[in-house]
Each structure stands twice: as C-alpha cells, then as structure tokens.
Design a protein around this ligand. Structure first.
Ligand SMILES: C[S@@+](CC[C@H](N)C(=O)[O-])C[C@H]1O[C@@H](n2cnc3c(N)ncnc32)[C@H](O)[C@@H]1O
Length: 293
C-alpha cells in the first residue's frame, strides 16, 4: 500500500471548496485524491496517471463516484488538452491542481517493473509499458557520450567514465537486461568506502535512467508552461518533489509568472512523526503556489 505524503499540509494550503474543479495529475494509489474528495460536493475531481496498473486501481477505488473522472494519460497531456479543449470530457479551468512526483510503492515494490535497485528484475522502468524505450534499451544501445550525459545530467553522477566503459565492454558480449547486472556494473566501477555511498550510487544511476525513460523533466516543464492558462482566477497548484533537480525546475519555472506566489516562505517538509511512519517522505518537498493579481 502507498502512504500519501504531507496530506494535511497539502489540504491546508489548497483550501478546497465544495464546488471546486480539482486535478490530481499523479493519481497513483489514490490516497491524495481520496483526501481531496472529502469536502467536494458539486465540484469534480479529474485524476490522471500514465501507469495502466495505477489507472486500473483508481477505477476500482473510485468506481461509481460521479464526482470523479479518470484519465489514462500523462498530466502534461491532460493540461495541454485542457488548454485547447472544447470537448465536455475536459474541464474549462482548474481550481486546484496537485502533482506528487515520486514513485508509488506499487511501482517500486513490483519487481517486474525494474524500478527498485534493491530487487532483482528486468531493466524496464517504464511507467507506461507502451512507451517506446526501456532501461535495457538505453544501456544496450546508447553511445558512450549519451550514457555519460544521462548519468551526469539526471543522476548528478559526475564521475561516470569507468561505469560507461564497463557498460560498453559488457554489452559487447552479453545484453544488459537485469537490475542485478546493472548493480554489479556499478559495484565494479567504483571503490565504495561505505555501504551508504554504494547505495547512493545505485540510486543516482537508477534515477537518471528513470527520468530519461519517462521524460520526467519534459512533463514538468510542459505542465508549468500551461499553468497560467489552465488555472482559474484563484487557482492554486501544489508540487510535491523528491529530488533537488525537480524542485529547482519548479522553483525556476514558476518564476516565469510574477503574479504567482509561493504560499509559504520555505518549502514544506514532513515532520518527525510522518517520517517515523513513512521513510519515503524523507526526500519530499512541497511547494504550493497561488495566483495573486
Ligand atoms: C508517488 S505516486 C502518486 C501517489 C498518489 N499521490 C497517492 O496518494 O496514492 C506517482 C504516480 O504518478 C504517476 N506519474 C508519474 N509521472 C506521471 C506523469 N507525467 N503523468 C501522469 N502520471 C504520472 C506514476 O505512474 C505514479 O502512479
């Protein structure tokens, strides 16, 4: 089960009213959606997720609730459609929008998806299995320069030359298709003094691949480009991010709109009691923006 993060803080800052049009762009297990629905009467909740497993789960969870519509698509596709849509299936404007940009526990714990570096599984990492490129495709086909750029830019792994050389030399005779192979390649490419440093390298490499495969930064940039257009006059947008690059993208992207202000002076973090319940909340940072004319 996925435990939703910073629920009370998100609800407090979104201040949802019973008639509001809401959009949860990353429905996942539906935890935040359920919380957002609590005070909704005449309003509507639109939920998107790109992962068909999550969509099936959401359809099941909110089955029969006339306030809810579920869209098997990315959140950026949803908002760009809203920006131009005339079809009744899409809202004209959105009052409250949330994106929770982490991985769901359903995704991380399913070894067949290949997201988790602690598990043995296929090197896939596509949130939507119909997307064209898997982690194995990247590791077996991309040039040394492209691999190095990916690890540098998206994993902030600045020393990656030996890792890239080792990937190229292994794939000459054996396709790299399992998470265990990638872990071994990372282990043989660095001298780790301590286990936490090794784990950090695993996380950086897996994160870099996941970001590229799922075009995560492009999604976020496309959303930010549309925010001003699709949100209503008193709109509020909540971004829950899980690493510094994502948080920077939000911070810098939202600066393009001087009439949008962050509602708190600093990002909101999970407190000790939430961290005790849910270690995945450790990296979470919440920024909520409101339009101020
Ligand atoms: C951390 S989970 C969300 C959990 C959810 N807030 C809850 O309370 O259960 C992130 C979800 O967002 C989905 N996702 C990630 N990027 C997406 C995108 N660009 N568009 C739509 N869904 C996306 C993932 O498939 C995953 O199910």
């Amino acid at each position: 089960m996925h435990i939703p993060i910073l629920v009370n803080e998100i609800l407090a800052q979104l201040a949802i009213e019973s008639h509001h049009i809401l959009f949860d762009g990353t429905g996942g297990y539906g935890g935040h959606s359920a919380a957002m629905l609590a005070g909704l009467e005449t309003g509507k909740l639109h939920i998107a997720d790109r992962d068909p497993v999550a969509v099936a789960h959401l359809q099941d969870r909110f089955n029969g609730d006339a306030r809810v519509s579920i869209y098997p698509m990315t959140y950026a596709d949803f908002v760009t459609t809203v920006a131009v849509a005339t079809e009744p299936a899409y809202p004209r404007k959105i009052d409250r929008l949330l994106v929770d940009l982490g991985m769901s526990s359903m995704q991380l714990d399913d070894v067949s998806r290949g997201f988790g570096y602690l598990h043995d599984g296929p090197l896939d990492m596509r949130m939507n299995p119909e997307d064209p490129i898997s982690a194995a495709d990247i590791l077996n086909r991309y040039s040394a320069q492209d691999l190095s750029d990916i690890f540098f830019r998206y994993g902030e792994l600045h020393q990656n030359k030996i890792l890239v050389q080792n990937i190229l030399s292994v794939r000459r005779h054996t396709p790299i298709v399992e998470t265990a192979q990638l872990r071994d390649l990372i282990k043989t490419s660095y001298h780790f003094g301590k286990r936490p440093i090794m784990m950090r390298h695993f996380a950086q490499v897996f994160q870099a691949l996941r970001i590229v495969i799922n075009r995560e930064f492009e999604e976020l940039e496309r959303l930010i480009q549309c925010v001003d257009q699709v949100m209503s006059a008193e709109g509020r947008v909540a971004f829950l991010t899980f690493h510094s690059q994502e948080d920077r993208l939000v911070k810098h992207g939202m600066r393009a709109y001087p009439h949008w202000r962050m509602m708190t002076k600093h990002v909101v973090l999970a407190d000790q009691s939430e961290l005790r319940e849910n270690s995945r909340a450790k990296a979470a940072k919440l920024r909520v923006y409101q339009r101020c004319y």
